[in-house]
Structure formats: structure tokens, C-alpha cells
Design a protein around this ligand. Structure first.
Ligand code: GUN
Length: 282
């Protein structure tokens, strides 16, 4: 392996320590930062995610309450609960775990969350603020990727960044955040012709496709920074990313592992958004 590893676990620990300090400062002013997490249904992956989010929060001194509802919950009842949380001054962040059951309109649910409590950064007001460069909550995964680039002192100005994947949660906000740092950004997706032509020219590649081995060594410029957002399982059931790590790590200059890369950073950035929401309310 020639690439240097960007250790998401170590960086997330550092971020959590920063958040813990800010929590202590707020508590001294009589404010208990509080994240409300809503889980509808019993999607097994979602159950693990929310449990981790609550555990991370509590470990950092944030209060986190998990509200669980059956999959059959009528959407109107969920919206009413969100409105009550919006009005509750003791709640600073609201997170509705996705995916929601098929009878619900996820975007309508997200848009019911007050933008000031939208710690996921999925509300159109948050997305619009990112688009035009105004303050607002940024989605946690691309924020975590930006922190990882920052941690190696990487200067994005003038660099060519290729984002693979155009989801609202990762790809699109990632492209905008790289653009805001003056990178030249190419946003590739499932209909992109000759993906390798773009990635081979990239100084930075963010892979957020949801399919393993979509990025191989032959698609990477020597020395490039490779950030792997993927969370997949290999044939043995082992967690792996979108990047062929063994192959790409021979070519890249920097690379994030899976597990222990973007995942812990995503979780850490939720804590950052939540403490920010609490600080702004103070
Ligand atoms: N489902 C998968 N990722 C996320 C996330 O970042 N936030 C929420 N709310 N749901 C998700």
C-alpha cells in the first residue's frame, strides 16, 4: 500500500471531544443540548443507526431521546409530533431516520422540521442555503468528508474533484461543498458515459454510489485523494465500501478505509450540528 490512511475513527474522536467541550460550556449556562430522534417502523439497519446516534450523543454529554413508532403510523400523526418538537424549546435538533414507510412522503415529513432544528440538513431551506452559500445545516456525510480533507491540510482551490453519486443526502451536497472551496467539480452518476475518463483526471474522488468495487486502481490518478462513502457487504458478509481498497490504495496518495472512515465522521458531524443548533438557540 502506498496511500496514506485518513483515520475516520481517530478524527471522529477528536471532533467528539470538541463537541463535549461545547456541551459543557452550554450546560454551565443552564442549557442541556437535546436531540430528538424519530424512528418509524423496524428497518434493521435503521435500528442500528439510531441506536448509534443516541449512544454517540449520550457519550458526548448531549441528551438524546429516541421515539419509536409502528410502521403503520399515519403521516398526519408524525407531522403533528414533529410540530410539537418544533415548538419545544428544550429540543434543539430533530432527526427523522430514513427510509420512512412507503405510505409516507419523506420530503413532506422533512419539510415539517423547523430549519433551525434540521440537524440532518435535508430540509429544502438547508439545501437552498448550501446552494447559495448562506449559513445553514449541512448534511452530515459530506460535512464529514470535508473535515477529513481538512485534516490532511488538503487545499481544494483549483483542484479537480469528482463526485460519484448524485443523491440528495451525499452526492449533490458534496459537490456543492467542494465547489464552495473553489474546486472544479464533476458530478458523475449512473448515466455517466466513460466514468474512468473523469476519475482518471481527478485530484479528489468521492465515491458515494452504494456498490462495491466501482472504483478500481486503473481509474485513479497516482497520488489522488480517495474518499469512500460506500457501506456495502462483500461475499463473506464483511463491511466494505464502494472502492476496491486493495487495488486503489496502491495508486492513491490518501484513502479512507471502510469501516473506520466516513461512517464515524458522519456520526460525529451530527453531534456538531446538534451542538450548533443548541448554541444558536441560547
Ligand atoms: N438514512 C441513511 N442515512 C441517513 C441520515 O444521514 N439521516 C437520516 N435521517 N436517515 C438516514
Amino acid at each position: 500500500m502506498t496511500a496514506q490512511l485518513i483515520d475516520g475513527n481517530a478524527l471522529a474522536r477528536q471532533v467528539r471531544a470538541e463537541v463535549a467541550g461545547r456541551v459543557t460550556a452550554l450546560k454551565q449556562r443552564g442549557i442541556q443540548p437535546h436531540l430528538a430522534v424519530i424512528l418509524v417502523g423496524d428497518n434493521p439497519a435503521s435500528q442500528v443507526y439510531v441506536r448509534n446516534k443516541v449512544a454517540d450523543s449520550e457519550q458526548t454529554g448531549l441528551k438524546a431521546t429516541l421515539e419509536r413508532y409502528p410502521a403503520a403510523l399515519p403521516q398526519a400523526e408524525l407531522l403533528a409530533r414533529i410540530r410539537a418538537l418544533n415548538a419545544d424549546a428544550n429540543v434543539h435538533g430533530i432527526l427523522v431516520q430514513l427510509p420512512l414507510p412507503p405510505h409516507m412522503d419523506a420530503q413532506a415529513v422533512i419539510e415539517t422540521i423547523a430549519p433551525a432544528k434540521d440537524v440532518d440538513g435535508f430540509h429544502v431551506a438547508s439545501a437552498g442555503a448550501l446552494m447559495v452559500g448562506r449559513p445553514g445545516f449541512r448534511p452530515c456525510t459530506p460535512s464529514g468528508c470535508m473535515r477529513m480533507l481538512e485534516s490532511i491540510g488538503y487545499k481544494l482551490k483549483g483542484k479537480h474533484a469528482v463526485v460519484m453519486g448524485r443523491s440528495n443526502i451525499v452526492g449533490k451536497p458534496m459537490a456543492l461543498m467542494l465547489l464552495a472551496q473553489n474546486a472544479t467539480v464533476t458530478l458523475c452518476h449512473s448515466a455517466t458515459l466513460d466514468l474512468a475518463r473523469h476519475t482518471r483526471d481527478a485530484d479528489v474522488i468521492v465515491a458515494a454510489v452504494g456498490k462495491r468495487n466501482v472504483l478500481t486502481g486503473g481509474m485513479v490518478k497516482p497520488g489522488a485523494v480517495v474518499i469512500d462513502v460506500g457501506m456495502n457487504r462483500d461475499d463473506h458478509g464483511k463491511l466494505c465500501g464502494d472502492v476496491d481498497f486493495a487495488d486503489v490504495s496502491q495508486i492513491a496518495g490518501w484513502i479512507t478505509p471502510v469501516p473506520g472512515g466516513v461512517g464515524p465522521m458522519t456520526r460525529a458531524m451530527l453531534l456538531v450540528n446538534t451542538i450548533e443548533a443548541a448554541e444558536r438557540s441560547a
